[in-house]
Design a protein around this ligand. Structure first.
Ligand code: CMP
Length: 334
């Protein structure tokens, strides 16, 4: 194993831990000190450095792909279909093509765990990633003063990718919450050669956009920010295209990357969106109501979008802000 990477791994995670404390400090005292800002900049650089070393490794492995004989664990059709369905529900595998999906499904191994059993323990070495098939699991992280609950994992979600992406010890612990949990386990080699490369490319593709999206500054956990790019997709629209109709429910939150979007009510233009990061579809996804306006491309445009299914694992943390925004940004036009 490359010693440089081993050094980088824990360092990255320590920085992430430090950042968590900085964030706590920031939220209890809205005036950030220069030291804190310096620290955040240092963390960012470290994450960037880390990404570079990870991608260099992934691309370095490209040649190995030809010789790669994927692990294959026989499964019946019902099992394969279920894994595919679970993979589609999350976003870790969203960048894979059909052939890659078949390889990953073939390599998955079923693992059953019971209530209170640890699937992952923080600090241990990790060689596999898990996809939840059935059951619920809780994730805890120890920042030095005991475990802090972070989130619950549900079917379709995956975890344990950080140790594989960064060759670092497990960054959190994961314990079964329900009576039983059935998980699909993916080995390091298949992950490295099939999933990692696609995931890193996607993260790099959306990095600049994410750095400039104001709303993301509200998301405190650097891990959640890192994951956001997995949940993002890009779509292009031609001038005149109706992106979302008044009275309908949206299946996505759309975010403006470039161009102008006209916001219409009863076929009358009310206002327009023209700044990077302005978003819509939130009435449906965040508030669960139908859309009050139609959204029309006023020129050829590029939008980012987060599918509804990924909302709870990406933007839910800032649901309060999103709800407030709905109340303030639309009310003057109603
Ligand atoms: P890994 O470090 O391999 O093992 C523990 C997993 O917990 C980690 O990968 C992530 O998949 C998951 N996790 C969820 N939230 C966090 C978080 N805030 N920080 C680190 N890991 C997290």
């Amino acid at each position: 194993m490359n010693s440089q990477k081993v050094r980088n791994g824990p360092n990255f995670l320590q920085q992430v831990n430090k950042k968590k404390h900085v964030d706590c400090a920031l939220s209890s005292n809205s005036e950030s000190s220069d030291d804190e800002v310096d620290e955040i900049v240092a963390i960012k650089k470290d994450v960037q450095k880390q990404r570079f070393s990870v991608s260099a490794e992934a691309y370095g492995q490209f040649n190995k792909k030809e010789n790669f004989k994927a692990k294959y664990i026989p499964k019946n059709k019902e099992q394969s279909d279920r894994i595919k369905q679970r993979m589609q529900a999350g976003f870790m595998f969203s960048a894979l093509n059909d052939k890659e999906i078949e390889i990953v499904v073939g390599a998955m191994e079923e693992k059953i765990f019971h209530k209170t059993e640890y699937v992952i323990k923080q600090g241990e070495e990790g060689n596999v990633l898990y996809v939840v098939d059935t059951g619920e699991l809780d994730c805890f992280k120890n920042y030095g003063k005991g475990d802090i609950f972070l989130k619950t994992y549900y079917p379709g979600e995956s975890f344990g990718e950080l140790a594989l992406l960064f060759q670092s010890p497990r960054a959190a612990s994961i314990k079964v919450k329900s009576d039983k949990a059935i998980l699909w386990q993916l080995d390091r080699e298949t992950f490295n050669l099939i999933v990692k490369e696609a995931s890193i490319k996607k993260r790099q593709q959306f990095e600049t956009f994410l750095e400039n999206w104001d709303l993301l500054k509200e998301i405190k956990d650097p891990y959640d920010k890192l994951k956001m790019s997995d949940a993002l997709f890009e779509k292009q629209f031609k001038k005149g295209d109706v992106i979302l109709q008044q009275g309908q429910k949206s299946n996505e939150i759309f975010i403006l990357e470039q161009g102008r979007v006209g916001v219409n009510k009863n076929n009358q233009k009310i206002f327009e969106l023209n700044k990077l990061g302005e978003y819509f579809g939130d009435q449906s996804i965040v508030a669960g109501t139908v859309e009050t306006f139609s959204y029309v491309a006023e020129e050829d445009i590029k939008l980012m979008y987060i599918p509804k299914k990924s909302y709870s694992s990406t933007l839910k943390e800032i649901q309060g802000t999103l709800m407030n925004n709905i109340q303030t940004k639309y009310v003057k036009y109603l």
